[in-house]
Design a protein around this ligand. Sequence first.
Ligand code: GLN
Length: 237
Amino acid sequence: MRKFFVFACLFLLIGCSSSKDQLVMVTEAGFAPYEYYENDEIVGVDIEIAKEIANYMGKKLVVKDVYFDSIINELNSGKADMALAGMSITEERLEEVDFSYEYIKSRQVVIVRDGSNINDIKDIYNKKVAVQLGSVADQYFSDKYPNTSLVRQKKYLSMVEDLKANKVDLIVMDELPAKEIVSANNGLKIIDGYVFEDSYGIAVKKGNSELLKAINVVLERLISEGKIDEYVLRFTR
Ligand code: GLN
């Protein structure tokens, strides 16, 4: 019995101290240059920012890779502390989580096959469109263009496969990750113009103002020192 008690205390101690010393970031690591695998390690712009936040708080950063559409649940169930996932700040998401200052401006662009007859943003609405499940592109079409035929995928890689195999006509997604995909895959291109603009923020569980404050202090410094632009250059291939 005494042995068990000692064991239980030890377990509790390790359990507690580890969550106090750790800052758990959740992301979807198929989104270069923001977060992606290099060998077995997740690297990218968001990881550099998260490291700075962890440093500032004197904690060890832990990076957790999940599907994009489970990120909010990771925060709200307490499985992760903050989400850095090229995550756009939207009204709908603000009902579920709190966001930091915006730290990146982006645009939703259109990828097509070379030789496609889609040349203009206004041509995309009666086509077969691939989007990431739970993304702002998904929400945009679902809300505003319910008649557009949407194919929702969990991973951008699957969307690229579908586009190459003629299963969809185009992909709508964030600009820099789209550029990475086009430069890594022959036969694809981005058409002129963009569908809409968005900006990224770091999300935390609603009401976690202590963490949000620390995040905003670090973001303000990184932005004013030009660090975020530097990270974008560093991780753009
Ligand atoms: N910026 C887009 C969104 O927030 C896509 C993000 C992503 O796929 N990681 O929905």
